[in-house]
Design a protein around this ligand. Structure first.
Ligand code: DGT
Ligand code: CA
Ligand code: CA
Ligand code: ZN
Length: 571
């Protein structure tokens, strides 16, 4: 079981407790534990296997640790089942719709008898929700969209969840003597933000024995089909994995073909057709002659193309660029020298400034911006002007102790509904790094939302617009605003656009980054870590940057600390 699933179940316990009107403190403690579990990049299942105790995790007490263990062992826990039994099954899904939550779900249950997603959808479509006290026409529309969002993405998983499944698959594959070589192709290799299924290419002489060995992976729930070319299985998490067997002679052609995307394959095949050649998963053929197939490089080269990084293979002009030899040199994780968004115990993070700084140094970083929330985010104990400045002092005293790391005194300041900032300019001007972002009052007209963002960008005190769309993949729709005007204003005011690397945010998304870049925008990457483990999400953020064709020089995280200091001083 993956961390995100454990976190979902802890959240569900908190929601069910809230539905009951249980003790606030107990609700918060489950929510805090869930945040920790979600934000740590260590796999809990691995911690168990290595005999480590969950109580070492922040916000996880003895009793919660016991429940987590129970969840990992059995897929659920007794307390959760007791709580679930007290309510109609469907009510739990109703709570999960964006904009509802336990309190509103209870209200709709009591007033309209809504007990399932289906009934919720019907009530909203019939206009009955807007008549309930505390709801309006707007919230009714939002609920309809929320239901759509939920149903639209349910069959795909986040890239980060796929990474965890791949990790355990990797360990299994490494032990098999029949498997000579393997590669994960498909959307996973292209670094997409969500993944439908895993496509694993396997080089094995004895395919029968290899299939038997592959099927013994302990995470497999069922074998869907098995043949001489392909073995399809479903993992316990629900994810489907297709293993495809290939030979050394066509290895590269198969990796190329199954990496996709389909549109990219079609664009490349068109070039083969211009020469009257045939391109498929078995190779590049002229008549019966195999011209290429052993490696991907060989296949692309035979077609007169540069080798194309998988992240670019979406038929967005990469084939033409490869033909002309003008593919970009994409930014790489190794180019990253620091992180521009992180949280500590001062707001809703789990670790101290010192702990975050130590972790950043361990990663080899030269700088780390500490950007706790401002007071508008009361739920996260956001900082007011006084606390912000005192926190900055603390950050600077930690910084003074660390020779090879600049711990930047920063803040994530809320952009209020009017477009003013949640803290005084005088306060913000004393900080090394200010990111601005929206967390509340998300439902404004497009014009108002655009003006709100422009006001913040033009304030002259923010360095960076954080998670600009404010979307959560599969759960929360993007904010509605005129992206072209906002990006243009960022360019004119020297404000960076963040690529937030939280796996369920990935915001700005790749195609937006491409648009913004074409207007001259510059970017920062922020892990938005809420714990030391969270710094590890940087690698997921890099996928987005690469898929957006971004190069080292477009990303502030690639400059040295001295360049960074100079650049921030000048502006
Ligand atoms: P996913 O799994 O929905 O996240 O996306 P992909 O890209 O992994 O798609 P998938 O798993 O259906 O197929 C893997 C690759 O196989 C795909 O990217 C390209 C190739 N492929 C699949 N079907 C076709 C097809 O009908 N024509 C061509 N040219 N390629 C295909
Ligand atoms: Ca796939
Ligand atoms: Ca320092
Ligand atoms: Zn945030």
């Amino acid at each position: 079981m993956e961390n995100s699933r454990v976190a979902d179940l802890l959240d569900e316990i908190a929601d069910l407790l809230e539905l009951k009107g249980a003790n606030e403190f107990r609700i918060r403690s489950y929510q805090a534990a869930s945040r920790t579990v979600r934000s740590t990049s260590r796999r809990l299942q691995d911690m168990i296997e290595q005999g480590e105790s969950f109580e070492t995790l922040p916000n996880v007490g003895v009793s919660t640790a016991g429940k987590i263990r129970e969840i990992l062992d059995t897929g659920t826990c007794k307390r959760l089942e007791e709580l679930r039994a007290e309510w109609p099954q469907g009510l739990i899904q109703v709570m999960g719709v964006e904009g509802i939550g336990p309190r509103k779900a209870m209200k709709l249950y009591q007033e309209l008898g809504v007990q399932s997603l289906e009934e919720l959808q019907q009530a909203a479509a019939a206009g009955r929700i807007q008549e309930v006290e505390g709801f309006g026409e707007k919230s009714q529309r939002q609920i309809l969209r929320g239901i759509q969002t939920l149903s639209g993405t349910s069959d795909r998983i986040l890239y980060s969840e796929a990474v965890q499944q791949v990790e355990s698959l990797r360990r299994h594959l490494a032990e098999l003597d029949t498997v000579k070589q393997w590669e994960i192709a498909g959307s996973y290799r292209r670094g997409r933000e969500t993944v439908g299924d895993l496509d694993v290419l396997v080089l094995a002489e004895d395919r029968m024995r290899a299939a038997t060995q592959l099927s013994s992976h302990k995470e497999i729930a069922a074998v869907i089909s098995q043949g001489s070319e392909k073995l399809s299985v479903r993992l316990q998490s629900g994810l489907q994995v297709d293993f495809r067997f290939c030979d050394a002679a066509n290895w590269g052609a198969a990796v190329f073909y199954f990496t996709g995307s389909k549109d990219h394959n079609i664009a490349v095949r068109r070039i083969a057709q211009e020469h009257d050649w045939k391109l498929n998963e078995y190779g590049l053929f002229s008549g019966e002659d195999r011209m290429a197939g052993k490696t991907e490089q060989e296949v692309y080269a035979a077609l007169g193309l540069q080798w194309i990084p998988p992240e670019l293979r979406e038929d967005r002009g990469e084939v033409e660029a490869a033909r002309q030899g003008t593919l970009p040199v994409l930014v790489d994780l190794d180019d990253i020298r620091g992180d521009f968004q992180s949280h500590t115990v001062a707001s809703d993070g789990s670790h101290t400034v010192q702990q975050m700084a130590d972790a950043a140094r361990k990663r080899g970083y030269s700088y780390l911006a500490i950007t706790d929330h401002s007071k508008r985010v009361a739920m996260a104990q956001g900082l007011d002007d006084d606390r912000c400045l005192r926190h900055a002092d603390e950050i600077r005293s930690v910084d003074a102790q660390m020779e090879d790391l600049w711990v930047m005194a920063g803040i994530e300041v809320d952009i209020l509904q009017s477009g003013t900032l949640d803290l005084k300019h005088k306060t913000l001007e004393q900080l090394d790094w200010v990111v601005g972002s929206i967390h509340y009052d998300r439902r404004l007209s497009e014009d108002k939302m655009t003006d709100r963002l422009l006001a913040a960008i033009e304030s002259g005190v923010i360095h960076c617009l954080a998670h600009p769309l404010g979307r959560i993949i599969g759960r929360r729709e993007p904010l509605l605003f005129d992206t072209a005007r906002v990006f243009e204003s960022c360019v004119n005011n020297g404000v960076f656009l963040e690529i937030n690397a939280q796996p369920d945010r990935l915001d700005l998304p790749d195609t937006y980054c491409q648009d913004a870049r074409s207007m001259g925008a510059m970017f920062t990457l922020g892990s938005d870590a809420h714990s030391v483990g969270g710094l590890g999400w940087m690698g997921v953020g890099i996928n987005v940057a690469r898929r957006a064709w971004l190069q080292k020089e477009h990303i502030l995280n690639t400059v040295s600390v001295s360049t960074l200091r100079q650049q921030l001083e000048r502006s």
